[in-house]
Design a protein around this ligand. Structure first.
Ligand code: PEP
Ligand code: MG
Length: 850
């Protein structure tokens, strides 16, 4: 816009934009263009209001001219985004003794006195900044109370209450402009995403008083339920006819809420109500949004004062966007763009009701969203016992280890003192869709006394009910009210539309049949990471696994693994069956073996008993296996090279499962992935053995085995050497958890201890285990991808660390033309929507570039 006027009388053709006059002013122009009965309104631009804040008043004569003699005006804020807030509206500007005398005649003394007193009160508090306690409104406005209020004003300011409309308006504008400029207001709106230099516009409007002869009052009406998003007419009408104030529902045959029953606005003013319904439909169609209409009835005549976007829940956001697109009002692309992906995350999980009271025990890191309540248990065994009794429980641990898996399955939520967003508890919690708070360092766990306590010293015993809110990272006492997950038709529709637009695949990290089922339910395109080690903690397998670790020779080890083989095969048969027709990427065994061994005396004694060995032998062996730096020790492919029988068994189980499901008519595309590779020779060696196992299985069956072998790039060296590694690998999947750990030299399990200090002091912009470090880790990933493509032109590229579902990582992967991202099943919907939004945004950018 070339010629920005500080003051604009809003007409259908006045040059105006939301970026100059704010959203409210622009919306009012739209309503005027739709020929709605909007009272005369003048908009002040951002520049004009900024000028006022710095002492430059606009031409007050010009501002007031459109309103004629003795006007009564309202002044309301108009920022670009209404969510950024703004100063409170001031109504009835222009009220003075003369206007009061006239109004007493027109609408009666009581109504006129109430209007004058409301204005004096609002002016005194918001403009003159006087103590609100001195300016309360009595139940019944009397002439005496008005006089008393005016006298208080004069006493406090040493000046009589201003009588000139121009003076009043000038002061109101000044105080609103300055309020926007204040530090508190600035910080508040910046917290809501407003830029530092966000402008404020103001709208000055002739008051349609809602008082007078005949039907008079003021109300709001909405055409959608703000919680569910379903069509529903809701609103309130303050009926001010006959000098009495009564609150009515806007629609239906409902009652007056104060003392007496009576009609709704719909029944009382059917014609105006019908007009409002028409306006509502028109606004929805033309403004392409669900709007609340603010209106008044002035002596039986309807005026439209304002249109405001209906505040809504996440669930309603999705329903409204889908309904607008289904009605042809907005295109599907826009519906997809209108929903914040984080809102979907809220719908996938139970949440603490925002209205419920929160009794905070301790705060930690929000590691897996959703909320759940249950009785405190301190061990995995207690969790299982609690589940067996049908009692929901919360597993509270210092930190969890793979041994706790069954306890985690049995619990409703998990709380750990230690750990960060990629710690064991966090990863498993997200995989299971289990609310989880980790890194609650201020929590004390007293195993001996069977109790926990928060930083304020309050104690909670085993069996007491607490609530874990994994969305906010809070742990609460008791069981506040919850809102259920809401995966309705609109949710599914929106995601189907998102899939039409996205240009990168989304798979799930899934280890168990339950995970795989969740992945299917959320329409993941396959499994991008199945961490097989979790399968060895189930049922009797742990015992067999321990026997394997204690085997003396390769033959002994093979014999024990023979017992694990059918169990593994069954695992894969169920995963492949659930994921029929899709790709399943199985990662070979990854963790250090000591994770399968007990660490306490009682456990060691049990193990000695089970293996029929002297306790000292067992203790020696456990010591021999322990490492100073297990995460950098004998794990991943290093185990595969040093103890190849484990990978042999796993490969055999995978191939035999493929044959079995193939015979049952289930097509599956299996992928085998080698973890923690750092040298090409590791891949050569494992590949040779896996191929040999495939040939053996193939020779016994008639079916062909179509599988792909790939490498997990999670050490910096693997990224650097990706070119020659890719010569032996059909795919490279970047494991950004370990890659972040090794790039920073930062333990993923211990970093939580100082992470908040680091982030607070700006050492790291964010927790790199949470938000992909594009500058550092990202550079290695980009380099690995490029070098990988050099080694094999058609190498499939993906990312499967915990970052994979995030906007940053998806944007990064799109930019580097990755094939897919793989994240926890419950993040799949969020990733699908994010990927679609990024693709759509890129489309718009490409169009504007050309
Ligand atoms: C990784 O390191 O990014 C990864 C996915 O593997 P894990 O978390 O199992 O180490
Ligand atoms: Mg890893």
């Amino acid at each position: 816009m070339t010629d920005i006027q500080p003051l604009t009388l809003i007409t259908p053709t006045a040059p105006m934009s939301a970026g100059v006059h704010g959203g409210r002013a622009k919306c009012l122009q739209r309503l005027i263009r739709l020929e709605m009965p909007v009272p005369t309104t003048v908009a002040l631009s951002f520049g004009a209001v900024n000028g006022i804040a710095h002492g430059q008043m606009p031409d007050m004569e010009a501002l007031m001219a459109p309103f004629g003699d003795q006007p009564l005006l309202s002044v309301r804020p108009s920022s670009l985004n209404p969510d950024w807030g703004g100063p409170s509206a001031v109504l009835n500007v222009g009220m003075n003794d003369a206007r009061y005398a006239q109004l007493c005649k027109d609408i009666g003394v009581t109504a006129a006195t109430a209007i004058y007193m409301r204005f004096v009160q609002s002016y005194a508090i918001h403009v003159a900044r006087l103590d609100p306690d001195e300016f309360y409104l009595p139940d019944v406005a009397t002439v005496e109370s008005l006089h008393a209020m005016l006298a208080t004003y004069e006493f406090e300011t040493d000046e009589p209450f201003p009588q000139q409309a121009k003076v009043q308006l000038g002061e109101v504008l000044r105080s609103m402009a300055r309020a926007w400029d204040g530090t508190t207001a600035r910080l508040l709106r910046q917290a809501k995403g407003a830029p530092v230099d966000a402008g404020l516009g103001l709208v000055v409007q002739r008051m349609a008083l809602g008082v007078g002869q005949g039907d008079c009052g003021t109300g709001v009406i909405e055409f959608v339920d703000a919680n569910s998003g379903l069509p529903k007419i809701v609103g309130r009408y303050v009926n001010q006819s006959q000098g009495r104030e009564r609150i009515q529902d806007v629609a239906g045959a409902i009652y007056l809420t104060r003392d007496d029953r009576g009609p709704s606005f719909e029944e009382q003013c059917p014609e105006a109500f019908a007009e409002l319904i028409e306006y509502g439909a028109l606004i929805r169609r033309k403004l392409r949004e669900e709007m609340q209409i603010k209106f008044t009835m002035e002596s039986g005549v309807l005026h439209i004062l304002d249109g405001i976007r209906v505040q809504r829940s996440s669930r309603a956001t999705v329903r409204i966007a889908v309904a607008l697109a289904n009605d042809g009002i907005i295109p599907r692309e826009e519906a997809v763009m209108r929903v914040e992906p984080a809102a979907l995350s809220e719908l996938l999980h139970r949440q603490v009701d925002p209205k419920a009271k929160r009794d905070l025990i301790v705060r930690g890191i929000a590691a897996s969203p959703g909320a759940a309540s249950g009785r405190i248990v301190l061990t995995a065994a207690e969790a299982q016992a609690s589940a067996a009794r049908g009692e929901p429980c919360v597993l509270v641990r210092r930190e969890t280890t793979p041994e706790d898996i069954r306890g985690m399955h049995a619990a409703q939520a998990v709380l750990t003192m230690r750990g960060g967003v990629t710690s064991h508890a966090a990863v498993i919690g997200r995989g299971l869709g289990l609310p989880c708070v980790v890194g609650a360092f201020d929590l004390t766990i007293d195993r001996k006394k069977s109790e926990i306590s928060g930083p304020d010293g309050r104690k909670f015993a085993v069996g007491d009910v607490i609530t874990v809110d994994g969305t906010t990272g809070q742990v609460l006492a008791g069981a506040p009210a919850m809102l259920e997950a809401a995966l309705d038709g609109a949710f599914q529709t929106l995601l189907e539309w998102a899939d039409e637009f996205r240009d990168i695949g989304v798979r799930a990290n899934a280890d168990t049949p339950a995970d795989a089922q969740a992945a299917q339910n959320f329409a993941a395109e396959g499994i991008g990471l199945c961490r097989t080690e979790h399968m060895f903690f189930d049922g009797d397998r742990l015992g067999v696994m321990r026997e394997m670790i204690f085997a003396e020779s390769s033959d002994d080890r093979r014999a024990v693994l023979e017992r694990l083989l059918p169990m593994q095969r069954d695992d894969f048969i169920s995963l492949f069956t659930i994921m029929a027709g899709k790709s399943v990427c199985v990662r070979l065994f990854d963790p250090p073996l000591h994770e399968f061994l007990p660490s306490d005396k009682a456990g060691l004694r049990d193990l000695a008993e089970q293996l029929a060995l002297p306790l000292s032998d067992v203790t020696d062996r456990v010591h021999a296996l322990s490492e100073y730096n297990p995460m950098l020790g004998m794990r991943g492919v290093r185990l595969g090279i040093a103890i190849p029988e484990i990978y042999d068994m796993q490969a055999q189980a995978i191939f035999e499962a493929m044959v079995a499901v193939g015979e049952a008519g289930v097509a599956i595309s299996a992928e085998i992935m080698i973890p923690l590779v750092s040298a090409m020779r590791e891949v050569e060696l494992v590949k040779a053995r896996v191929d040999a196992v495939a040939n053996t299985v193939l020779s016994k069956s008639k079916s062909a085995l179509d599988y792909r072998l790939g490498v997990m790039v999670e050490t910096p060296r693997a990224a650097l050497r990706a070119e020659d590694i890719a010569e032996h690998a059909s795919f490279l999947s970047f494991g950004t958890n370990d890659l972040t750990q090794m790039t920073y030299g930062l333990s993923r399990d211990d970093a939580g201890r100082f992470m908040s200090a680091y982030v607070q002091q700006g050492v790291y912009a964010e927790d790199p285990f949470h938000t992909l470090d594009v500058e550092g880790v990202g550079e290695l990933v980009a380099m690995g991808a490029e070098r990988g493509r050099k080694g094999r032109k058609d190498v499939t590229l993906s990312i499967c660390g915990e970052h994979a579902g995030s906007r940053t990582a998806i944007a990064f992967c799109r930019e580097h033309k990755f094939d897919y991202v793989s994240c926890s099943p419950f993040r799949v919907p969020v990733a699908r929507l994010t990927a679609a939004q990024l693709a759509l945004a890129a489309r718009v950018n490409n169009k504007t570039d050309t």
